[in-house]
Design a binder for this molecule. Structure first.
Ligand code: DAH
Length: 341
């Protein structure tokens, strides 16, 4: 019987080696180690053995059972590990594939140009100051030397509220009065960025809502040369080195003298092209020396103090910089346009 046990052990281990699936393995367990399995069948013959032989056979039978059980556990573990290996293989990632670009936002073109303008004037000591979008007629017009019925009001058609003294500001210039009244008689160097509104025909060059950046410097001994240097420096930082600035005589009620500042065309450098309408120059802002009446309205004595002011449309400046031919693209939310900047 010891021999039979040995043969059973070897034969079963042999079969086990060939098994590579959990279901076959389970079948093997039933056939070999189960209640009606080959080991149990063999041991049923123990009763016929002489009593003296039984302990040795019993001990051997236990050894065989332990060996087979251990072999079973090992095989089971092996098959499971193999299955995991296969799954890992199937799931493997090709790390050489190009990644998927995550959709990320960006700053709006208007925000970008406002920030750039703010950065440039900061290099010249200008601080940012903000004033209300809903204004009094007094600040938007009268204190800026534009009395009621003054023909200059026709330059800026206005959205009034139901109260005719309260309007949507047509320009950032009323901020000049507000900032002067806040700081007089201290010297001032500020820019005033913000939204403005005009009740006008929408065209490729003007919308009813738009940004402006106002500038104001007030102090002693400020001259037109300071204005010119400031604007020339701005033009070079904004449009690149070598840019030239010229002033043309103009009229604004709140400045005297008044000018319009042009920069030589950033496309053709002055030779004449479509962008500059063959003039060689691009208009970038209105400016001038603050009118004595306006200084007085702001709380400064015009015999002691002087100042310069300017006002520009960052939308217009973006159009020049990027050769955009219609200002309406800037305020509409078409991503195909906005994603270019
Ligand atoms: N407020 C003017 C406008 O909207 C622009 C302007 C011109 C502002 C001359 C100024 C200036 O400060 O000095 O048309």
């Amino acid at each position: 019987m010891i021999e039979q046990l040995k043969a059973l052990e070897l034969e079963s281990l042999d079969k086990l080696k060939a098994i590579d699936s959990l279901s076959d393995l389970d079948q093997w367990r039933v056939e070999v180690l189960g209640r009606k399995g080959s080991l149990a069948l063999l041991l049923r013959g123990m009763g016929q053995l002489p009593a003296a032989d039984r302990p040795a056979v019993g001990a051997r039978a236990n050894e065989v059972k332990n060996t087979l059980e251990a072999a079973y556990a090992l095989a089971e573990n092996g098959i499971k590990q193999q299955a995991i290996g296969q799954r890992l293989h199937q799931d493997q990632v090709d790390v050489t594939l190009p990644g998927r670009r995550p959709g990320s936002g960006r700053l709006h073109l208007s925000t970008q140009s406002l920030q750039e303008i703010g950065r440039i004037f900061a290099t010249m000591g200008f601080q940012v100051w903000e004033s209300p979008e809903v204004e009094l007629d007094l600040f938007n017009f009268e204190l800026l030397n534009i009395p009621p019925y003054h023909p200059a009001r026709d330059m800026q058609d206005t959205f009034y509220t139901t109260n005719s003294d309260i309007l949507l500001r047509t320009h950032t210039s009323p901020g000049q009065i507000r900032v002067m009244r806040r700081y007089a008689p201290e010297p001032i160097r500020v820019i005033l960025p913000g939204k403005c509104y005009r009740f006008e025909q929408v065209t490729t060059r003007s919308d009813i809502q738009f940004y402006q950046v106002e500038g104001l410097a007030v102090g002693r001994h400020i001259t037109l040369a300071d204005l010119k240097g400031t604007i020339a420096n701005f033009a070079i930082q904004m449009f690149g080195p070598g840019r030239e600035v010229r002033f043309r005589y103009s009229y604004f009620p709140f400045t005297e003298p008044s000018v319009e500042a042009d920069v030589d065309c950033i496309i053709c450098g002055g030779k004449g092209c479509r962008l500059c309408k063959y003039s060689g120059w691009l208009e970038i802002m209105g400016a001038g020396m603050v009118h004595p009446t306006v200084l007085r309205n702001g709380g400064y004595d015009p015999d002691i103090y002087s100042g310069f002011a300017f006002g520009m449309g960052p939308g217009r400046i973006s159009m020049l910089q990027h050769a955009i031919d219609d200002i309406r693209y800037i305020l509409t939310s078409d991503l195909r346009f906005l994603e270019q900047f």
